[in-house]
Design a binder for this molecule. Structure first.
Ligand SMILES: O=P(O)(O)O[C@H]1O[C@H](CO)[C@@H](O)[C@H]1O
Ligand SMILES: Nc1nc2[nH]cnc2c(=O)[nH]1
Length: 293
C-alpha cells in the first residue's frame, strides 16, 4: 500500500492521529470547520473546549502563516459537537498537496459528516465588494492542471474511489441553507455566490493573471480550500464553503492598489461577527442524513 505507514499520510497514520485525539476528548464531532485567514475567531466561540496545538498532534503539519493560530479546537456550537481548525495549511508553505488536505481524512475518521470551509479571497468579479461573503458553488484548481491534486498517488480505497466525481463537490442543499440563513440574519446585501479559483501563491496575481482567471469563469481567487474539498468529497463528507472577499483584485494598469496580507486580515476582523453568526446558525440547522458515503 502507498503511502506507507510511518510517512504520515497512510490510512494507519491517519487512524493513529484520530485515535490519539479521541483518547483525549469525549467530544465526537459531526461537523468539521476550517477557519480561513483572519477568521480564526470562530473557534473561540466553541463551548466546552478541548484544544490542541498542532505541534502536539501526531502526524499533523504546523501552521506558519500569520492569522492561522495552529490549534485544533473541539467543542460545541449551540450544543452540536464540532471540531474547528484554527489555521490551515497551504501549498506555498512548502507542504505537499497531500499534507495540505490531510486534516480532512482525520475529520472523517473522527466521525465528521459535514465540513464547512472558510477562506479569505480576492474579488475578480467586479460586482463584488470587500466584506461580501461568497458562497462557493464550484472551484477551479489551477495547480491541479499541473498535477497538484491531493489524490495523486495510489488510491486508498478505505477512504474512497479512484475517480471521485466533483461536479457535485459543493452540496446544493447546504448552499441553499446558507442563503436562507443569510437572508434570515439580514445579510442579503452582502451575500453572493460564485466560483473560487485556487492558485499556489504565495505571490498575489499579476494583472494579466487576474484578467485571465476572470475570463476563465472565476469570481474570486485564493490559495486554499479546493484541495481540502477534493479530499473531503473523496471520503464522502458533505461540503459547504464560502469566501470572505477581503480585497478587490487589481485588474487595471492605472490602479494604485497593491494586494497585501494585512488588508486581508483586517477585512476578516471587520466581518468576524457576521461570519460566526452565519456558521453558528447553519450548524444548528444542518441535518445529518449524509447519503454520499
Ligand atoms: O485561504 P486562506 O487560508 O483563508 O488565506 C488566504 O489569505 C492568504 C493571503 O492573504 C492566503 O493564504 C490565501 O489563501
Ligand atoms: N491569490 C490570492 N489570494 C488571496 N487571499 C486573499 N486575497 C487574495 C488575493 O487577492 N489573491
Amino acid at each position: 500500500m502507498f503511502p506507507e505507514a510511518g510517512t504520515g499520510y497512510s490510512y494507519e497514520d491517519c487512524m493513529a492521529t484520530a485515535d490519539w485525539l479521541m483518547a483525549q476528548t469525549d467530544i465526537r464531532p459531526t461537523v468539521g470547520i476550517v477557519c480561513g485567514s483572519g477568521l480564526g475567531g470562530l473557534a473561540d466561540t466553541l463551548k466546552d473546549q478541548v484544544a490542541f496545538n498542532y505541534k502536539d498532534i501526531p502526524n499533523f503539519p504546523q501552521s506558519t502563516v500569520h492569522g492561522h493560530a495552529g490549534r485544533l479546537v473541539f467543542g460545541t456550537l449551540k450544543g452540536r459537537p464540532c471540531v474547528c481548525m484554527q489555521g490551515r495549511f497551504h501549498l506555498y508553505e512548502g507542504y505537499p498537496v497531500q499534507k495540505v488536505a490531510l486534516p480532512m481524512r482525520i475529520f472523517k475518521l473522527l466521525g465528521v459528516e459535514t465540513v464547512i470551509l472558510t477562506n479569505a479571497a480576492g474579488a475578480l468579479n467586479e460586482d463584488f465588494k470587500v466584506g461580501d461573503i461568497m458562497i462557493i458553488k464550484d472551484h477551479i484548481n489551477m495547480p491541479g492542471f499541473a498535477g497538484n491534486n491531493p489524490l495523486v498517488g495510489p488510491n486508498e480505497e478505505r477512504f474512497g474511489v479512484r475517480f471521485p466525481c466533483m461536479s457535485d463537490a459543493y452540496d446544493r442543499e447546504l448552499q441553499q441553507l446558507a442563503m436562507d440563513v443569510g437572508q434570515d440574519l439580514g445579510y442579503g446585501e452582502f451575500l453572493r455566490e460564485g466560483v473560487y479559483c485556487v492558485v499556489a501563491g504565495p505571490s498575489f496575481e499579476t494583472i494579466a493573471e487576474s484578467r485571465m482567471l476572470h475570463r476563465l469563469g472565476a469570481d474570486a481567487v485564493g490559495m486554499s480550500t479546493a484541495f481540502e474539498v477534493i479530499v473531503a468529497r473523496h471520503c464522502g463528507m458533505r461540503v459547504f464553503a464560502f469566501s470572505l472577499i477581503t480585497n478587490q483584485v487589481v485588474m487595471d494598469y492605472d490602479s494604485e492598489e497593491k494586494a497585501n496580507h494585512e488588508e486581508v486580515l483586517e477585512a476578516g476582523k471587520q466581518r468576524e461577527q457576521q461570519v460566526e453568526q452565519l456558521i453558528c446558525t447553519m450548524v444548528t440547522r444542518i441535518e445529518h442524513n449524509n447519503n454520499y458515503a
